[in-house]
Design a protein around this ligand. Structure first.
Ligand SMILES: [Zn+2]
Length: 113
């Protein structure tokens, strides 16, 4: 499962941070995920619990902040935000929209002990 390896890399980052900032327990992890990251949130939560078991993030709450999809409208020549791929520009209705973001997946913050 794709989500399992995502969670493993999240845990790797957490463990590196734990050494660098000397904490031993993670209570909450807040992730920012773009709709185009191709992540199934249910699977991600499940994998997170599995991967955290026995480690310093065992039992940590996983919070997900869903990011908008950043885009560039060629007609408006302005940045915009769309709800999904192939949506028209919300300002002018043009389909000349280039997706510039929305595939992010990063740890925004952690609550630690
Ligand atoms: Zn536009």
């Amino acid at each position: 499962m794709h989500e399992m390896s995502i969670c493993e890399s999240i845990i790797n980052v957490i463990e590196q941070q734990a050494v660098a900032q000397s904490f031993s327990k993670v209570k909450r992890v807040r992730l920012e995920i773009g709709p185009l990251a191709g992540v199934e949130l249910e699977a991600l939560r499940f994998s997170f619990d599995v991967v955290c078991k026995g480690g310093l993030a065992e039992g940590a709450a996983l919070e997900v902040i869903e990011l908008p999809i950043d885009a560039w409208c060629m007609m408006c020549a302005e940045k915009t935000v769309v709800k999904q791929r192939f949506d028209p520009c919300p300002t002018c209705g043009s389909y000349q929209v280039q997706i510039t973001g929305g595939d992010e997946l990063r740890i925004k913050e952690m609550e630690v002990d």
